[in-house]
Write a protein that binds this ligand. Structure first.
Ligand code: FAD
Length: 539
């Protein structure tokens, strides 16, 4: 079985110029990953290049929900709600430890938001469009039931509430697992490999110039079809292709704040509206609760998106107005993240009003770009793009139909939620009853936890962390300590307190594996420390 390993990275880059690909994908976010998996499983010869780490862009900075997008009902986007709503159960089945059910509480207020009747009808429509199972369908609550469900809510003007079903995920891990599955099906996938130019023959795009951001060399790759799934960078690539005409991207920024559970001890996920009419999530996740998001126009550097003090204060105020006893301040924030929505500009519409639907652009040179959309809809977006690639480039060839709704991500066979809990207990028993570590490992890796535990060398210190780092390098192409701390594990966001105790262990495993000098170790260590500072430095 092909594994996405750092060991094969150089060899993969080396053979790029001499291979003729059917399809080359630019961008290793969830959109590019989904396309790579769909195309590889249909029988196309596929390559994917990512300029940074997998999920470095928006796909590690979302609200981390696999959701139908309740608020898109308000915008009358029934098609979008139906598609992403139905996809939730599919993605849950494909990665049951990583896409977990999360019941959402929607409080209703006297003087704002929708009335009980409209909410009840809206949620019924939401459940119907998404085909939600009867036992998971929405339940309306009285005022006292709502306050009993969540005593932290400001009591005054709550008039009732509703509970409805969504799913929670880890966006970066989901992306990584899709990338790994695509590699398993034969796609050649490389991170830290930037597209720096396009090559044409008779005006048609035939290849790409690449820069290996780790090796420092340049190379090229050739293929029949090129898809740009570069998220917020899509227009930059369209400019390189001299095809940015007509519709263009409108970037909006969304931030999230992470608070220790003790500071915001909500009992379950809550979706509440604030005075300006926007909706905000508060989502408990183990030892923390995170809140978000904002939605503001963005025109700064796409590679340096940060949560500002204004962004953070907006969310802090929203939390304090909804949960007054929490009384949080900026100094309570443990971590944060900020991401960009690559939306399609519509004249006269504000950030929040823009559609979340995906759009495909085709240039005269043949470059296909896809932008917009949701994490949740990645599989259907991929199916549409690969259909188009086949239609435009390979009409004469026979390919298998799309089967990604049946291809388990992570571990074949581990495709049922009922398998997760017994497996977690088995792992805890192996770890001498350590339920917390079992929770963390199985939540992140599913059944691959066996590989990590089996990879432990008894004589080492910090042996589990060492084995986890080796797994990230050899099975998930982690090339740098930040890849491990931010995207393979989510430690920067959800377990930031652990960084100081594991950092030297992580550094020593990377240093040994890649033979790093003391200077290189310092550079890479500083990147982790800088990331840890940035997430609480609101300027
Ligand atoms: P990206 O993840 O940004 O990937 C593009 C990739 O292309 C990047 O990794 C980048 O490095 C790479 N790239 C760019 N240029 C080059 C180049 N020259 N060469 C090689 N590679 C290149 N959706 C949901 O379903 N649920 C949610 O809860 C949710 N919440 C959200 C909250 C926020 C605040 C935001 C901003 C979005 C949210 N979304 C959510 C939407 C979802 O996150 C995005 O639709 C999705 O992640 C976009 O993925 P992508 O692969 O298209 O883009």
């Amino acid at each position: 079985m092909r594994v996405l390993s750092a060991s094969q990275r150089s060899a993969a880059i080396h053979q790029f110029p001499s291979t003729n690909y059917d399809l080359i994908i630019i961008g290793g976010g969830i959109t590019g990953a989904g396309i790579a998996l769909d195309a590889a499983t249909r029988g196309l010869k596929v390559a994917l290049v990512e300029k940074n780490d997998f999920a470095y862009g928006t796909s590690s900075r979302s609200t981390k929900l696999i959701h139908g997008g309740l608020r898109y009902l308000k915008q009358l986007e029934f098609g979008l709600v139906k598609e992403v709503g139905s996809e939730r159960a599919v993605v849950h089945r494909l990665a049951p430890h990583l896409v977990v059910p999360e019941k959402m509480l929607l409080p209703l207020y006297e003087r704002r938001g929708f009335g009980s009747l409209l909410t009840s009808l809206g949620l019924k429509l939401y459940d119907w469009l998404a085909g939600v199972k009867p036992e998971d369908q929405r339940k309306m609550l009285t005022r006292s039931q709502t306050l009993a469900q969540e005593p932290l809510l400001k009591q005054d003007d709550v008039k009732g509430g509703a509970i409805y079903a969504e799913y929670r995920t880890d966006d970066a891990r989901l992306t990584t697992e899709i990338v790994k599955t695509a590699a398993r099906f034969g796609a050649d996938i490389v991170n830290y490999c930037k597209v720096t130019g396009f090559q044409y023959a008779d005006g048609r795009l035939t290849g790409l110039e690449l820069h290996d951001e780790i090796g420092g060399t340049t190379t090229e790759i050739h293929g029949n079809a090129v898809v740009s799934a570069a998220g917020p960078w899509v227009d930059h690539l369209r400019e390189m292709d001299q095809s940015k005409q007509g519709k263009y991207l409108h970037l909006t920024k969304g931030i999230h704040l992470v608070l220790p559970t003790g500071k915001l001890p909500v009992r379950q996920a809550i979706y509440f509206d604030v005075e300006d009419g926007r909706m905000i999530f508060a989502i408990p996740r183990g030892r923390i609760t995170y809140v978000g998001t904002t939605d503001t126009n963005y025109s700064g550097d796409v590679d340096a998106v940060r949560a500002t003090k204004v962004d953070a204060e907006y969310l802090v105020n929203a939390v304090n107005r909804t949960f007054p006893s929490a009384n949080i301040g900026l100094s309570d924030i443990e971590s944060s993240w900020a991401g960009l929505r690559p939306l399609i500009h519509e004249e006269g519409k504000s950030a929040s009003e823009l559609s979340r639907k995906d759009e495909i652009f085709q240039s005269h040179s043949g470059l296909i770009s896809i932008a917009g959309g949701k994490l949740t809809g990645y599989r259907k977006m991929a199916e549409r793009v690969v259909d188009l690639v086949i239609e435009t480039h390979f009409k004469q060839r026979e390919f298998r139909p799309c089967t990604t709704d049946r291809i388990a991500l992570v571990t074949p066979g581990f495709d049922n939620y009922s398998l997760v809990e017994p497996y977690r207990r088995k792992v805890a028993a192996k770890l001498g009853g350590d339920l917390q570590t079992a929770d963390y490992l199985v939540g992140n890796y599913g059944m691959q936890t066996d590989t990590i535990i089996d990879g432990v060398h008894a004589e080492e210190d910090d042996k589990l962390v060492r084995s986890e780092v080796r797994f990230a390098i050899e099975h998930e192409m982690a090339m740098k300590p930040v890849d491990f701390i931010v995207r393979r594990t989510g430690i920067l966001y959800f377990y930031k307190h652990r960084i100081s105790s594991i950092l030297e262990t992580v550094m020593s495993e990377f240093g040994r594996r890649f033979n790093w000098s003391r200077e290189m170790l310092d550079v890479e260590r500083n990147k982790v420390l800088e990331a840890a500072r940035d997430v609480v430095n609101f300027v």
